[in-house]
Ligand binder design. Structure first.
Ligand code: BG6
Length: 288
């Protein structure tokens, strides 16, 4: 295997030792900086200059082989949610990915290409582009000789000024599974506000969503393509206490707005088939 330090770009891409001794890639651009662990190809930080971090990271997160990182952007593949006898949310987030390529583009953006080793019957790559915005592309190719069905999700934890202050738009009129109530509903709110445990899978939606956060004076925009599900999650009080790798008092500082293809929106590829889910996360000042 080639030495990943060959992929360093002076002033822009550095390989470093992260928490728990796990290797991470540190990225610097004119607009922003970012950090990506090879463990899970997990983006643990993206921050625009002069703005609070965009991604929430739990202070209680583990950083260890075989354990998921809590916060940032877990890459969920090949299944979403719990599965008897297998790791929750699939194996991709607890596997060490390989950094294959780095590039400094003429416009100053930095591109990193990761590949998932050992994925049976498929080839999985994750392209991360760090610039004024953060762009993520999860590409899966079916290299087997039969149809392949799988779920994908970029389980993004956003850092917010306070859960009481924020609202989420873009999902009105969309059907969703309410995993807390165990029901299926249609979203009625033009701007969703969270005041208790929320665990919702919205189906058949490619809509751009926005998180408006007056406390930070910013709006976060999540634009996506080839993603038909959006998940909104906040564990609130009791569930936070049950999660060993999440602080009891951290739930007001985060909200997950996740882009994926899960459950009825899972992807099925014929042999040789190829699917690319793309998500662009950007932020802007809120006009006061
Ligand atoms: C969300 C799920 O996407 O992830 C929730 O909808 C789940 O049901 C949450 O609790 C966190 O999952 P995990 O495995 O990272 O604790």
């Amino acid at each position: 295997m080639s030495d990943p330090t060959d992929l360093e770009i002076p002033g822009h891409v550095t390989l470093a030792q992260g928490e728990g001794g796990l290797p991470k890639v540190v990225v610097e651009t004119a607009w922003s900086n970012a950090e990506i662990y090879l463990h899970g190809a997990h983006v643990t930080g993206f921050q625009k200059k002069g703005e609070p971090p965009l991604l929430f990271m739990s202070a209680a997160s583990e950083f260890a082989p075989g354990k998921p990182i809590r916060g940032g952007i877990p890459v969920i593949f090949p299944w979403f949610g719990a599965r008897e006898g297998s790791p929750a949310h699939g194996s991709a987030r607890i596997t060490a990915w390989e950094l294959k390529e780095t590039a400094l583009l003429p416009n100053g953006a930095v591109e990193l290409r990761f590949s998932l080793p050992g994925a049976e019957g498929c080839h999985v790559e994750f392209l991360v582009t760090v610039a004024e915005s953060l762009t993520l592309e999860l590409a899966v190719e079916n290299t087997g000789d039969r149809d392949s069905a799988f779920e994908t999700c970029l389980h993004t934890y956003f850092q917010i000024s306070g859960i009481d202050a924020v609202s989420i738009t873009g999902l009105a009129g969309t059907r969703y599974q309410d995993k807390v109530a165990g029901t299926t509903e249609t979203e009625t709110a033009a701007a969703i506000r969270i005041s208790g445990e929320v665990d919702r899978v919205y189906f058949d939606t490619t809509a751009t969503t926005e998180i408006e956060d007056p406390g930070y004076g910013r709006k976060i925009r999540i634009a996506k393509s080839s993603s038909n599900s959006t998940v909104v999650w906040n564990p609130w009080i009791a569930k936070s206490k049950r999660m060993p790798d999440f602080g009891d008092d951290e739930y007001p500082q985060m909200v997950c707005v996740e882009s994926g293809n899960v459950a009825q929106n899972q992807t099925t590829l014929p042999p040789g088939g190829h699917a690319v889910m793309k998500v662009e996360i950007s932020s802007m000042r809120l006009l006061s």
